[in-house]
Design a protein around this ligand. Structure first.
Ligand code: D5M
Ligand code: FE
Ligand code: ZN
Length: 568
């Protein structure tokens, strides 16, 4: 079946507020007259149905087929199938729960009039920067389990909101390297990727220092004031406790000495190998070493002004769903998906998922003991079911993570065709890790976050910790690179260019991986680490990591304010 036909059917159903089982889409696409079948299915499906099932399609096909061709049981459709709009019984979903669209979702159980979504009284809206002081104050429970079948509800159109229109939406993607991988793992690839990194990051530092290449510095007179832009090649402490930082540029390397009693010595603690910095200092008498006076990072300018959407519209940012793990939080996910149908959530038009859709297979030692679904393809099938619960009119973008079935080395291309087909029901936009997606003018750098473990392990507690994951994100913004260190914990694949450089300052930086919720602003960039949908694993227990599971941070794209919804 052609991919476009399926996408078309999914799109058509989604525009009417329906999700669809993959098999249902396949049945419609392979019908003699797909358009007529689609129209008949839409006509026949109950007003409260959230999802078109294969049974719905079969019932319609049976009903329209000549008498003699009806299948056994075709005249007795189960509840919720082949009903007219007047009957609208709730449709039983795959997991046996009965779902109805709910408009009464505030804590009082009353039916609020339509609002902008985040203006309901039971919600705390926090400016992102306040997340620094702790995120718990921003958290609200969503009362998604109060389905109401008011008369108005029964007559309401299936869309989540009567005036929702996709016309105002705009989504752009930059830096998606899916299908553009050129790396062969040869030495020359490493040369070009590091060269590209150096060129891009050095250009951000050049305006700030009057630098000279390393070979020119070697021939300068002792005592000269010099500046150098280089990649951190080595960091060593000397016998007397000073720091020797070796910087490398395209011409060679040069040793730079940071005295332990200088203020800048604490910046050495923040350095990671292979990041690009600039220094200014004084050349020693024999011109063999520079005594460092100042250190500069490519950084985000303090004057950075973010862009905002022109209307009130929100994006929910999540990650680390880990479907297939015994610890995957089915009920909390269901509550989240249900809540998205409520009026409180009606401004949410975008959903971003920053990797680890599934638990995967063989990612960590003994991981198989904690698997609920052991086959990787079955895990994605199950994930697809979870995705189908999300309202069809929400625009979904996702990137892979280290548990997903793509290459582990970063940048990770978006899922292959086979996995895309499995996850096709909601027609998600699948891009590489990292990628930048721009929602109505607001750019969101999505990166799964494996390097955060490294930033947290290798820099001081006050710069980055699991309790404040957004601060580790600040370090990446400061270095203008999502995974600076090569050869450590984070695996990197050399490509012709360095896709991991943060070339343009994003308005929002979204990561996951560490399973901790945290957000804050760094030079006006909103950094959000989005928690997870997996309860504490045995490994996390052993290292005393308490995951923040079952939260959905929601960003107002017109203000960049954050509201956190709790479903656990
Ligand atoms: O990793 C979730 C978090 O837990 C992340 O900070 C890495 C850490 N983690 C989890 N399992 C392990 C093992 N077995 N070894 C080392 N670190 C681990 P995620 O990859 O998203 O599950
Ligand atoms: Fe994860
Ligand atoms: Zn991960």
């Amino acid at each position: 079946m052609p991919q476009e036909a399926t996408a078309c059917i999914v799109g058509e159903l989604a525009s009417r507020g329906y999700n669809a089982e993959r098999e249902a889409v396949t049945l419609i696409a392979s019908a003699e007259d797909p358009d007529a079948t689609l129209a008949a299915v839409v006509d026949a499906t109950g007003a409260d149905a959230l999802k078109v099932t294969a049974e719905d399609v079969r019932a319609v096909q049976d009903a329209t087929a000549p008498r003699g061709e009806r299948s056994v049981g075709g005249e007795e459709p189960r509840d919720g199938t082949a009903t007219t709009a007047d009957e609208h019984p709730p449709v039983s979903t795959g997991d046996g729960r009965s779902q109805t669209r709910s408009s009464a979702s505030d804590s009082n159980g009353s039916s609020p009039v339509e609002t902008g979504g985040s203006e309901n009284g039971d919600e705390d809206v926090l400016d992102g920067a306040q997340g620094d002081a702790g995120t718990t104050g921003a958290v609200t429970g969503a009362a998604a389990d109060t389905p109401a079948e008011s008369a108005a509800d029964e007559l309401a159109p299936r869309e989540r909101s009567a005036d929702r229109s996709t016309d105002q939406r705009s989504v752009g993607v930059e830096n998606d390297m899916t299908g553009r991988s050129t790396g062969t793992g040869e030495y020359s690839d490493f040369v070009s990727v590091f060269r590209d990194r150096y060129d891009k990051l050095a250009s951000k530092l050049r305006g700030r220092v009057n630098h000279r290449p390393t070979d020119a510095i070697e021939s300068m007179a002792g005592g000269s004031e010099v500046a150098l832009v280089g990649m951190v090649n080595d960091i060593r402490s000397t016998a007397s406790g000073h720091w020797l930082v070796e910087l490398e540029d395209t011409k060679g390397t040069f040793p730079c000495l940071v005295m332990k009693d200088r203020n800048i010595a604490e910046l050495v603690d923040e350095l990671l190998y292979d990041e690009v910095i600039a220094i200014e200092g004084t050349l020693a008498d024999d011109a063999g070493i520079v005594f460092v006076d100042s250190m500069y990072f490519p950084d985000v300018p303090r004057t950075h002004e973010p862009s905002y959407a022109d209307r009130h519209v929100q994006a929910a940012l999540i990650s680390d769903v880990h479907v297939g793990s015994q610890e995957f939080m089915h009920e909390e996910w269901d509550a989240f998906a249900d809540w998205l149908y409520t009026e409180e959530a009606e401004a949410i038009e975008y959903l971003l998922i920053a990797g680890d859709m599934v638990e995967g297979v063989g990612v960590y030692p003994n991981q198989d003991e904690e698997l609920d679904v052991v086959d990787i393809y079955d895990q994605y099938e199950t994930f697809n079911e979870k995705l189908k619960q999300i309202p069809g009119d929400i625009d979904v973008t996702m990137i892979p993570g280290n548990h997903d079935a793509v290459r582990l080395a970063e940048p990770q291309p978006g899922f292959d065709e086979e996995l895309r087909n499995i996850m096709s029901a909601h027609d998600p936009r699948i891009v590489s890790n990292p990628s930048t997606v721009t929602l109505e003018g607001v750019s969101v750098l999505m990166y799964h976050g494996v390097s955060l473990d490294e930033v947290i392990a290798e820099t001081p507690e006050h710069t980055a910790s699991y309790e404040e994951p957004h601060k580790a994100m600040y370090q990446l913004l400061k270095k203008r690179h999502v995974a600076p260190q090569y050869g450590g914990h984070t695996r990197l694949a050399p490509e012709e260019k360095d896709y991991l450089v943060i070339e343009d300052v994003p308005d929002i930086f979204h990561t996951g991986h560490v399973h901790k919720l945290g957000f804050g602003k760094y030079h006006n960039v909103l950094a959000i680490n989005s928690g997870c949908w997996q309860r504490q694993t045995d490994f996390q227990k052993s290292v005393n990591i308490q995951p923040d599971a079952g939260y959905a941070p929601v960003v107002d794209l017109d203000t960049l304010d954050v509201t956190v919804r709790k479903f656990s």
